[in-house]
Design a protein around this ligand. Structure first.
Ligand SMILES: Cc1ncc(COP(=O)(O)O)c(C=O)c1O
Length: 389
């Protein structure tokens, strides 16, 4: 067999694939492991969305290739959603581009804008695909300071001038995975102004846009003044509608950026199964305030249970204002040992902070997507193990 391309050596095996393998091995030995490491919604999409999929799948005309830009009706539904929820006007033909989930768009945006010598500005704590996309594209990475002292917002003033000059993309993600921080409109305005000044594309990765707690607002980066020209936002139905396995989302914003992104995408993939677009339209069209409020109430009660348990299990946490995670630190400073013992002794899997960037070493991430009984079981196991240490 030939050696794979050199670029593969830049990519670690995806952390959740490694964890999944260990859990499978333990399960084959009869060990019941509770997984609190991932962010795959445990609740189903609304029934009528599933019904729509089933009905649309029976339509004999729905099985061929669909357009690289998806269907006009789906694009229009996304534009209408942005108008209704965020008061942002989008041209469905030029400012909405359907994606096979936002992860695909994130990596393809890197391939679209980064080459040798180009820089991606990536918050030092963040979703791994920003880094992996930049590496695959052969671009350089500059990690932007982001920590509790900056309210988990990237410190734009810390970016050296010469780096800003070479930068093509600035990644932001609020509500944030993994810290649960949210952004204000004021922050988005500063990010848009910064990107305009330095001719950078603001990439707002926003799959948790409406998963917020304690009455926090749901904000799009496109609400900032004059944002559209320099901003692409990644919107996804994965978490907002519990449709993670359906792989449907959209990039919205700058028409020029979406045209370039389409050039890459259309050489890599095709449009979605038309039935999925139809079900997506049904999801976006629902009067969803009550449904979304109930979903957020369930996640918030899980968050509260985790936050209440932390003092008894050797962790200190940051109360999340949104997204599906609780970001914690091991009080003894040894997160690696904590994760190993939690898995091997308490049989609870948590996500390692190291997966989220160069400063993640002392952190441990909890997901809010385990069923209530499993979450309670996990917290009891951790308490028992920690007490017996
Ligand atoms: C911050 C962030 N961006 C993007 C994604 C990918 O989402 P999608 O299912 O839309 O590809 C995730 C998934 O967990 C995420 O946490």
């Amino acid at each position: 067999m030939p050696e794979p391309a050199a670029r593969l050596s830049q990519l670690p095996t995806y952390v959740f694939a490694l964890i999944g393998e260990r859990v499978r091995q333990m399960a084959s030995q009869g060990i019941d492991v509770v997984r609190l490491d991932i962010g795959s919604p445990d609740m189903p999409p609304p029934d009528f969305v599933v019904e729509k999929l089933a009905q649309a799948a029976r339509n004999k005309n729905n099985h061929g290739y669909s357009d690289y830009k998806g269907t006009p009706d789906f694009r229009a539904a996304v534009a209408e959603h942005y108008r209704k929820c965020f008061n942002v006007e989008l041209n469905p033909d030029t400012e909405v581009l359907p994606l096979l989930g936002s992860k695909e768009g994130i990596v393809n945006l890197a391939l679209t804008y980064l080459g040798s010598g180009d820089v991606a500005l990536i918050p030092e704590i963040g979703y791994p695909s920003y880094t992996m996309g930049a590496r695959l594209a052969g671009g350089d990475i500059h990690y932007v300071t982001m920590n509790a002292d900056t309210d988990f917002l990237p410190d734009l003033d810390s970016i050296p001038q010469d780096v800003a000059e070479r930068a093509k993309i600035l990644w932001v993600n609020y509500p944030n995975n993994p810290t649960g921080a949210i952004a204000t409109l004021d922050f988005y305005q500063r990010a848009v102004d910064y990107c305009k000044k330095h001719d950078i594309l603001l990439a707002s990765d926003n799959p948790y846009i409406d998963i917020v707690y304690d009455g926090q607002p749901s904000i799009s980066a496109l609400q900032a003044n004059n944002a559209k020209e320099h901003t692409v936002e990644f919107f996804s139905l994965s978490k907002s509608y519990n449709m993670a396995g359906w792989r449907i989302g959209a990039a919205v914003g700058s028409a020029a950026a979406l045209k370039n992104l389409l050039k890459v995408k259309s050489n890599m993939d095709s449009g979605h199964f038309k039935a999925v677009y139809e079900a997506g339209i049904a999801a976006l069209a629902q009067t969803r305030d009550e449904w979304a409020a109930e979903r957020n109430r369930i996640y918030q009660s899980r968050r509260d249970r985790i936050m209440a348990a932390l003092p008894e299990i050797g962790l200190r946490g940051y109360n999340p204002k949104g997204a599906l995670y609780v970001w914690t630190e091991a009080v003894d400073g040894n997160a690696a040992q904590y994760l190993e013992d939690a898995l091997c002794i308490a049989h609870v899997v948590l996500a390692p902070g190291t997966a989220y960037g160069p400063t993640g070493e002392q952190f441990v991430r909890f997901g809010l997507t385990a069923k209530d009984e499993r979450l309670d079981e996990a917290l009891e196991r951790l308490k028992k193990w920690y007490k017996s240490k």
